[in-house]
Design a protein around this ligand. Structure first.
Ligand SMILES: [Zn+2]
Length: 537
């Protein structure tokens, strides 16, 4: 043995001894034999959210290690949306998330389906780079990659089968089509026949004699519910682990329907699914458990090293990120659970800037899809560059246009369609107030749409013309909004991020604080309460 080799061996033994493990396995344990899936979806941050108190991969790793210590055979599922959008993704095109996923895959094998945000970029470079760096598996039964790079294109796997403890588990994976809010790219065509493709994949997996079948999806809940019905004729189809909704979803299994689970964005809530196989080769059973990742779950110490490495890189690129640019008058609520479901104090401030984006006269109305506002956190006391940077995961240019009162109301209906919470198309509004009845059919849910008048509030005039400011993304049909009846449409201009920065800095210079609490007695957005017809008298 050479001296160098001896030295290296000592060094590695030393490293192994020092390696910080928050909960490293001390003794090899007798495997419990339980196959456990940990499911997460819609994760944009490599660190935790809500001022570090919720979510984050560091807490996911702790849960995985804990289960492994009990002897469980753990696999990680991800229901899509991770490369974009985020502050870091604007610098590294999602490489930071791939690094985090590789870390988790090292601990327990990981399988992901791409969501709409993996295809945010019009050209394929980001996806090619991400797949090239990925050590985990990409699954997609209804998406083909046509990047021109053969190895990359073949990395999107269909009819995937994994083996665990002598059992074969088949996974079919489906992602969302552009007609439902996905991104249609030449390099990633997506087939919309979700149920048809699911059934074809299930039949192929059955022909391979798999013991259990799982759906890994990034679709609206109502589509997942349709797919889940395939269990009636395919009893080994056990559950769907999904994404796209940003708050937890659970549809219990029945004889005719597979169970559906979805977590909260940024791993604030994840799912544990234990699969047990009967002796007689019968239908496996599952037990699902919702796990809230809050301060009661420690962050894995090894993962923290990765996290702080990316933090250092971020601060090298943007050293002024922590600098204070303004002061919040009250803790401003910019969490997704708020911003995608109800009026938000941070969004009110933002959308109020939009009406004057094109000078005088200010527009009558403005609105923004809540999916544009990505920070998923509180903004309290100091407002920093980072708060603004994290709020806008992508550029949002605005348009100024004219709509009749009745056309404006029709446009706004798109914001309240569908079932399930936390839709990115849910609008944050300024210059008007709205009363929504979710029990009504799509397209007829706005019960009142009122604007301020001298004596209080009045209904919008169907035939009058109104000046409106809205994001170019929505004007072009994004998120299902239809502006085809708009007139006098401006070019896209006035980037929302800079408008907000400017307003904060102006307020700070004038010695003013930012924002005010949402007033429950005078809401902009209200929902019809049970047994009532309207929200506003
Ligand atoms: Zn999505």
């Amino acid at each position: 043995m050479t001296r160098l080799l001896q030295y290296l061996m000592v060094f590695f033994v030393f490293l192994a001894a020092c390696s910080p493990r928050s909960e490293g396995p001390a003794e090899p344990v007798e495997p419990s034999g339980t196959l456990t899936f940990i499911h997460l979806n819609d994760t944009y941050r490599i660190d935790a959210v809500e001022e570090g108190r919720a979510g984050g991969f560091g807490r996911v790793v702790t849960i995985v290690r804990r289960l492994q210590q009990q002897g469980n055979d753990v696999r990680i599922l991800h229901g899509g949306d991770f490369l974009f959008p985020s502050l870091e993704s604007q610098l590294w095109q999602g490489e930071q998330i791939v690094d985090a996923f590789n870390f988790m895959d090292d601990i327990a094998p990981m399988y992901v389906v791409p969501g709409n945000h993996e295809f945010d970029r019009r050209s394929p470079e980001a996806v090619i780079n991400a797949i090239r760096l990925s050590e985990f598996d990409w699954l997609g039964d209804n998406v083909r990659l046509l990047t021109g790079d053969e190895i990359i294109d073949q990395s999107m796997q269909t009819g995937f089968v994994l083996e665990a403890g002598g059992k074969k588990i088949g996974i079919f994976a489906l992602t969302i089509h552009q007609d439902d809010g996905g991104n249609d790219r030449d390099y990633a065509p997506i087939d919309r026949d979700y149920v048809g493709i699911a059934e074809a994949s299930i039949k192929r997996l059955e022909a391979e004699n798999v013991d259990a079948i799982i759906g890994l999806t990034h679709l609206h809940l109502w589509t997942d519910k349709e797919i889940a019905k395939l269990k009636a004729s395919h009893p080994r189809f056990l559950f769907i682990a999904g994404g796209h909704e940003h708050e937890p979803q659970h549809e219990a299994a029945t004889e005719e329907s597979a169970e559906i689970v979805k977590g909260a964005s940024n791993a604030r809530t994840i799912w544990q699914i234990d699969v047990s196989f009967p002796e007689d080769d019968g239908i496996p059973e599952i037990v699902t458990k919702r796990i809230k990742l809050d301060e009661s779950v420690a962050t894995d110490a090894d993962y923290e090293i990765l996290e702080s490495r990316w933090r250092r890189k971020l601060l090298e690129k943007i050293p002024f990120l922590p600098a204070r640019i303004g002061t919040a008058a009250v803790p401003l609520d910019a969490r997704e659970v708020t911003i995608r479901n109800e009026e938000s104090s941070w969004a009110n401030f933002i959308v109020d800037q939009m009406r004057s984006a094109f000078g005088e006269p200010a527009a009558d109305f403005a609105f923004v899809n809540s999916g544009t506002l990505r920070i998923d956190d509180y903004i309290a006391e100091d407002i920093t560059f980072e708060d603004v940077g994290r709020t806008f995961g992508f550029s949002s240019y605005l348009r100024h246009l004219v709509l009749s009162g009745s056309d404006f109301k029709t446009v706004m209906e798109a914001g309240y369609r569908g079932v399930g919470p936390s839709k990115g198309y849910f609008p944050q509004i300024s210059g008007f107030r709205v009363c929504v009845d979710r029990s009504q059919p799509d397209g007829g849910r706005i019960i009142q749409l009122q604007l301020p008048v001298e004596s209080g509030w009045d209904d919008i005039e169907p035939d009058a013309d109104y000046l409106v400011v809205a994001p170019d993304f929505l004007y072009r049909g994004g998120d299902g909004y239809d502006f085809s009846r708009a007139r006098d449409v401006s070019r896209p201009g006035s980037e929302l991020k800079y408008l907000v920065l400017d307003a904060i800095i102006r307020a700070q210079s004038a010695g003013q604080t930012i924002g005010e609490p949402v007033n429950p007695d005078d809401p902009r957005i209200a929902f019809v309460q049970e047994g009532r017809q309207t929200c506003f008298e």
